[in-house]
Design a protein around this ligand. Structure first.
Ligand SMILES: *Cc1c(COP(=O)(O)O)cnc(C)c1O
Length: 303
């Protein structure tokens, strides 16, 4: 599986305050509108593997607005796989057409298996897996969020030789696959800083399973209350950032990371004259889903 854009461009950004620090963003979001950013990197070698082993169906897992579900649905259609999405929340079965991510996945041929939140929690157990096999037959299992060894291998291709000039590489963290790839391909002088989009301290352990170096750190201060949680301050930041830099950020991952970077720069966290590279891991398909939630809550929308 190959897209035209194997090497994303870096774009320089400006701060609305004085600083000796320079910041660039790697536009992995430009790879594709749906198979975007790290989801493309994570699927690349998994789809090669599925094809090599003769699988014709991909099965994966995700929530109502999952970037990963959208990416698997489109990649499946483009590369000739049937796709099945095991979706968290039985109530969504009647709401597919109102949900932008699920209706997009459906239009790309994905079949859904809606499960309760409890079943979803136990999705990796033998019992649940046996039920899936009985129902859906032979399939290539792509884990939730897409993270496995082949995914980390794909994420090792995000950085290239020209990126050796940077002192810091920053990324948003969900399951830790992306940061593991960055850690493994970084130069010895570089420090990788991850911004988890969710609460919890299990991540360092997960990353240690894949990472071959200890040149990294997780900053736990910018999850905004947990996965998918946002506030008006974050929305205002994302909108202002887009106006000033002409770069859209998603509210679940990259918006929180960039908010964190700006805040840390202002607090003097980075050494003077540092060069920072932030990875735009994509996720922009999630904006319309978030805006429908914000509309219901009568909150300001993301531009
Ligand atoms: C899935 C996702 C992440 C998290 O990546 P992990 O490899 O799971 O840590 C970050 N950013 C965006 C936009 C994503 O869609």
């Amino acid at each position: 599986m190959n897209f035209h854009l194997e090497k994303s461009k870096n774009q320089s950004l400006s701060f609305p305050f004085d600083s000796s620090i320079t910041l660039s963003i790697k536009r992995e979001d430009r790879i594709d509108d749906y198979v975007s950013g790290n989801k493309y990197r994570k699927l690349k070698y998994n789809l090669d593997e599925a094809r090599k082993k003769g699988f014709t169906t991909l099965l994966t897992y995700g929530g109502a607005y999952s970037n990963h579900i959208a990416a698997v649905a489109k990649a499946g259609r483009l590369f000739g796989f049937k796709t099945i999405g095991v979706i968290r929340g039985e109530e969504l079965i009647t709401k597919v057409d109102q949900n932008p991510t699920l209706s997009y996945a459906k239009a790309n041929g994905m079949m859904f298996d809606f499960v309760t939140r409890t079943d979803f929690k136990f999705k990796t157990t033998q019992g649940f897996q046996n039920k899936l096999r009985a129902k859906h037959g032979h399939f290539y299992n792509v884990p939730e969020g897409g993270t496995n060894e082949l995914a980390v291998l794909g994420c090792q291709e995000i950085l290239n030789e020209e990126d050796a000039q940077f002192d810091y590489v920053c990324c948003a963290v969900g399951t830790g696959g992306t940061i593991s790839g960055l850690i493994n391909s970084a130069q010895p002088h570089q420090k990788i800083i991850g911004f988890p989009a969710l609460k919890g301290d299990f991540l360092s352990e997960d990353i240690s399973k894949f990472a071959t170096s200890n040149n990294w750190h997780l900053n736990l201060d910018y999850h905004f209350g947990g996965y998918g949680k946002i506030n008006e301050d974050l929305i205002a930041f994302i909108n202002q950032f887009k106006i000033e830099n002409n770069v859209p950020l998603d509210p679940i991952y990259t918006g929180k990371m960039m908010y964190g970077i700006f805040d840390l720069v202002q607090k003097g966290y980075f050494k003077d004259q540092s060069k920072i590279l932030a990875i735009h891991t994509g996720g922009l398909q999630g904006i319309s889903g978030m805006n429908s939630v914000l509309t219901k809550k009568r909150m300001p929308l993301i531009l």
